[in-house]
Design a protein around this ligand. Structure first.
Ligand SMILES: *Cc1c(COP(=O)(O)O)cnc(C)c1O
Length: 474
């Protein structure tokens, strides 16, 4: 068995190394026949077991053509990052160690690493010192957890125990969101019984920022329990809600302020970019991702709550066999919805330690610089328009046709045709979006590997696709 382990890990290492070695040169995503993929990976459930090395070999051979090089330097989709070497190494060990992150008694190492990573993150983001932290699968569950803490706190203030009684007969909660809130926030509201549609939507400005004056009007005179959901980093524009004004207005009404900072929170770790997030430390809870800008492998999210009691009350479970940690040690399950789970703190710790405070700031600032470079390259070409202020790592790009067919519909069609061509071409990958009722390409620079050369190569490929799409649609 030991020999088997060795053979297997050596082979897995070879396969992984080969993959990583080709990451920068392979097509980011290749067109693929899904039927063939199913056939290569599938077949009937085997009656008898297969040699583990064979299993891993076959898996890699069949899966690789259908992998997307989202860990590579020219993947600009969905604001996701790759995997820093230290984080990848720690993640491999996490799998080999197979620790359960639920209880201190199950893995003192996992528990203490989470504690340390939590302290580092709170310091890095400049959050209040007693802020509690949970390690989740991603920002969706981080939003969920934070809003559960919010629900607990605002109803406890109204004399209601929501964990015991649920929402049946509870005082209604006034939930306020910006017009540009991320879709995952609505998923969290739905799961918490707060409803996707019974929210008050505050209008946004031209960059997608919640309008603080409109929030003021919404909250005036409100005496009901209130939760305000703000955003640091709009998925289209990268813009930040005006957090200083929002927290001031909300505080005056005793409302809880939650900030969805899935990628944007990382800007708070950069002295140069922190002004975007001015006032962020005055919120009550925050959500972010490790698998986006910190470049930790999936899955990795974190939730922060300035009121540890509310956080814990919303998440705690107890049973006779669940021996709580003594002397204030950390039980990971007190801060997230799950009990048993992957010891996610190791990879986060490794990423933070390998970068250091200045490394995190450099990573974030470099991506923003590269986003500006990309926007500059593209907009130098006639008929290409950057729709947003490139304040962070996001650029929204729209292509216009020349000549008599020019107009919004032609621009929509051309922009969509360019996106399809870029995706087929494989030099880089970017997705599409609609922004203010216009089709746009969405370019997000979030990867630690991306260089100026990658930006230039990608910009050339995009411009090539613009030229050929214009030709075709002429
Ligand atoms: C990506 C993202 C989310 C969801 O994060 P997951 O990690 O996919 O769960 C939530 N909010 C914003 C602003 C995001 O960019």
């Amino acid at each position: 068995m030991i020999d088997d382990h060795d053979r297997l890990l050596v082979r897995a290492r070879e396969l992984a190394s080969n993959y990583l070695a080709g990451l920068s040169s392979r097509r980011v995503a290749a067109p693929l026949e899904v039927g063939a993929l199913r056939e290569a990976l599938g077949g009937a459930l085997p009656e008898h077991g297969v040699d583990p090395v064979q299993v891993v070999d076959d898996l890699a051979r069949a899966a690789e053509p259908a992998l997307v090089a989202s860990a590579g330097p020219r993947y600009f989709g969905f604001v996701t990052g790759g995997a820093l070497p230290a984080a990848l190494g720690a993640d491999w060990l996490t799998a080999a160690w197979d620790q359960n992150g639920a209880l201190n008694v199950m893995s003192p190492a996992a528990s203490v690493i989470e504690e340390i990573a939590a302290d580092w993150l709170v310091e890095l983001f400049g959050l209040p010192p007693r802020t509690s932290v949970g390690f989740t699968t991603g920002a969706t569950m981080a939003n969920f957890t934070a809003l559960a803490a919010a629900r607990h706190a605002v109803l406890a203030d109204a004399g209601w125990d929501v964990e015991a009684q649920g929402l049946f007969g509870a005082p209604p909660i006034h939930v306020v969101v910006g017009a540009e809130a991320h879709t995952s926030l609505f998923a969290a509201l739905a799961l918490l019984g707060l409803g996707r549609e019974r929210v008050t939507v505050v209008p946004a400005d031209d960059q997608g920022r919640m309008r603080a004056d409109a929030l003021g009007e919404t909250l005036t005179g409100a005496r009901t329990p209130t939760i305000v959901c703000a955003q640091a980093g709009n998925v289209n524009t990268g813009a930040f809600d005006p957090l200083e004004a929002i927290t001031r207005t909300a505080r005056a009404q005793s409302a809880w302020v939650h900030v969805d900072g899935a990628f944007g929170l990382w800007a708070a770790a950069s002295p140069a970019l922190r002004p975007n997030a001015h006032g962020i430390e005055r919120a009550d809870s925050w959500a972010t991702d490790g698998h986006k800008w910190l470049n930790v492998p999936y899955d990795s999210g974190m939730v922060f709550v300035a009121h540890p009691q509310a956080h814990r009350a919303a998440m705690s479970a107890s049973a006779a066999y669940l021996v709580a940690a003594s002397r204030g040690e950390r039980d990971g399950m007190d801060w997230v919805p799950e009990a048993s789970r992957r010891a996610r703190g190791f990879a986060v710790y490794a990423a933070l330690r390998s970068l250091g405070r200045t490394g995190v700031a450099d990573l974030v600032e470099r991506c923003c610089r590269l986003a500006r470079r990309m926007a500059g390259r593209l907009s130098a070409e006639p008929g290409i328009q950057i729709l947003n202020d490139v304040v962070l790592n996001q650029a929204l790009v729209r292509c216009h046709t020349g000549g008599e067919r020019a107009g919004p519909q032609a621009a929509d069609a051309l922009t969509r045709a360019v996106i399809a061509r870029v995706q087929r071409d494989g030099t880089c990958w970017l997705g599409g979006t609609r922004w203010h009722d216009m089709a746009a390409m969405r370019i997000s620079i979030s990867n630690w590997r991306t260089t100026e050369d990658d930006i230039d190569r990608a910009a050339e490929a995009i411009l090539r696709c613009v030229a050929s799409a214009r030709e075709e649609l002429r």
